[in-house]
Write a protein that binds this ligand. Structure first.
Ligand code: NAP
Length: 499
């Protein structure tokens, strides 16, 4: 999946696409029961995009019923492990075979560069499904210690019907982080993608069905959060919600679980991750990590390195290097242009929010070092140049709230103690990093940062073997790695007494 076609190639291919915008329920495309639709606006140019089914509670009811029937019948969970594995591996293969179409759907919806969609998002989605497929026939249950007159089996059983609610920033990747372990564990899933990014989810479901996943095991209902996500999270026949999104909505999800059937909840939420740079660091490496860590995906990344906490004596030198790396390596362009490393933000209202936070940060005393301005307005799309706001205090809203755009704030410090205090002075705890050549300090500091992932002298390196998720108000429960399967299972004890 490394094709590097011209912009003209992608323009023509997109013109020939007719994306499916209906729900996928019980093995078939279905319009909303009300017949209502809504239209997605393309972030790349502000034009009208696909028409999508506008789901409501009756559509959720239909999808949950199909998921429940599939689960209760055992058509999937009781299948031979080897056969389940083959079906999920075929699904991963079909994702790869349809990579260009999936990449185009993702870029149309989200505005990210087509080559990032193809070479990162689609690739990692297929890899994620494959990773969990390969675990299916390697799961063992336990026999608990007992006396000779009893045998106690500790069985790891699927939970039942999982409601997955996902955000728009990495739709294919995050969907696969839920679908892979949930389905490999034997559950049925109803996925509610973000209203901005439903097209790839619908295609994923159709490909799963084509691969042999039985009808009802994986369903997609499209629509708005209040109209589809809320009834899914409140549903009395949904056993768990696996949610990725904002902390604000994550709190609502916990409330819905409490108000309904005490369903299990796993939450992957927001972040405001620190990247702490000491003066003894390799400043070139730190600059590159800070720039890519914050600006990749136009800053629309939950674990982006959004707070640069830098030793005061090197703040200006480091920012100059970040600017140089940004200008030379991180090309902002139309997402169908193969040179684009970053492209549009998700929608106009979000772009306005990002620019408003920058203005407020400057009004509060921050200094624009470079960038963080609207660009490419003539395209009709929603583009903001990557930039740094310097001399920020950690008390300012721009240092406390998620910007979710390509804007790095720089907060100077004078002592190690102060740096750690600033790094942890946030409601979030998703990720963080420390740059220093002093290895004692690196280890001390990495233990001190209260976050789900901490990098030393790098940023955003990971693979499927490492769990991903947050501390504090960044949520709980982990995606990725072998541990994610446990999230979608319950333990059941079967005690047999002899004689
Ligand atoms: P969001 O507004 O919280 O939405 C996430 C999902 O929840 C969407 O599908 C949304 O549907 C749905 N939703 C909204 N209101 C709902 C309600 N009342 N009941 C049930 N569902 C509801 O987040 P977003 O703007 O899509 O994504 C950005 C956020 O996600 C950021 O905070 C980011 O940090 C976080 N994130 C976290 C991780 C992680 O792994 N920790 C990864 C990626 C993103 P609609 O789109 O239709 O409103």
């Amino acid at each position: 999946m490394t094709a590097s076609h011209s912009r003209d190639y992608w323009e023509k291919a997109i013109a020939a696409l007719s994306p499916e915008g209906r729900h996928f329920i019980d093995g078939a495309f279905r319009p909303a029961i009300s017949g209502e639709t809504f239209v997605r606006t393309r972030p790349m140019d502000g034009t009208a995009g696909a028409s999508l089914a506008r789901g409501r509670s009756e559509d959720i009811d239909a999808a949950v019923a199909a998921a429940r029937v599939a689960f209760a019948s055992g058509v999937w969970r009781h299948k031979e492990p080897l056969d389940k594995k083959k079906i999920m591996l075929k699904w991963a293969d079909l994702i790869r075979a349809n990579a260009e179409e999936l990449a185009m759907l993702e870029t149309l919806d989200v505005g990210k560069p087509i080559l990032a969609s193809l070479n990162v998002d689609v690739r990692l989605c297929a890899d994620g499904i494959q990773y969990y497929a390969e675990m299916i026939d390697k799961q063992y249950d336990e026999i608990a210690p007992t006396g000779p007159k009893a045998r106690a089996l500790v069985r790891k059983v699927p939970i039942g019907v999982i409601g997955a609610i996902t955000p728009w920033n990495y739709p294919l990747i995050i969907d696969s982080w839920k679908l892979g372990p949930a389905i490999a564990a034997g559950n049925s899933v109803v996925l509610k993608p973000a209203e901005q990014s439903s097209l790839s989810a619908i295609k994923l479901a159709a490909l799963a069905f084509e691969a042999g996943l039985p009808a009802g095991v994986f369903n997609v209902v499209t629509g708005y959060g209040e109209e589809t996500g809320k009834p899914l999270a409140l549903h009395m026949d949904v056993d768990m919600i696996a949610f990725t999104g904002s902390t604000e909505v994550g709190k609502l999800i916990m409330g819905y679980a409490a108000q309904s059937n005490i369903k299990r909840v796993a939450l992957e939420l927001g972040g405001k991750s620190p990247i702490v740079v000491f003066a003894d660091s390799d400043l070139d490496a730190a600059a590159s990590a800070a720039a890519w860590g914050c600006f990749y995906n136009a800053g629309e990344t939950c674990h982006a390195s959004t707070r640069l906490i830098v030793e005061r004596s090197v703040q200006d030198a480091l920012i100059a290097k970040i600017e140089a790396v940004t200008r030379s390596d991180i090309a902002l362009a139309h997402p169908l242009d193969p040179v684009a490393q970053i492209a549009a933000l998700i929608e106009e209202a979000h772009m306005d929010k990002v620019l408003g936070m920058v203005d407020a940060g400057i009004a509060a005393g921050g200094r624009r070092a470079f960038g963080a301005e609207r660009v490419l307005a003539e395209t009709g799309g929603y583009y903001v140049s990557p930039g740094v706001i310097a001399d920020v205090s950690n008390a300012m809203p721009i240092a406390r709230d998620e910007i979710f755009g390509p804007v790095l704030v720089s907060i100077p410090f004078d002592t190690e103690e102060e740096a750690l205090s600033i790094a942890n002075d946030t409601v979030y705890g998703l990720a963080g990093a420390v740059f220093t050549r002093d290895m004692d300090r690196a280890h001390r500091f990495s233990e001190g940062i209260h976050a789900g992932t901490v990098w030393i002298n790098t940023y955003d390196m990971s693979n499927f073997a490492t769990p991903f998720g947050g501390f504090k108000q960044s949520g709980f429960g982990r995606d990725r790695s072998v541990h994610a399967i446990d999230k979608y299972c319950d333990y059941k004890t079967i005690w047999q007494q002899f004689g």
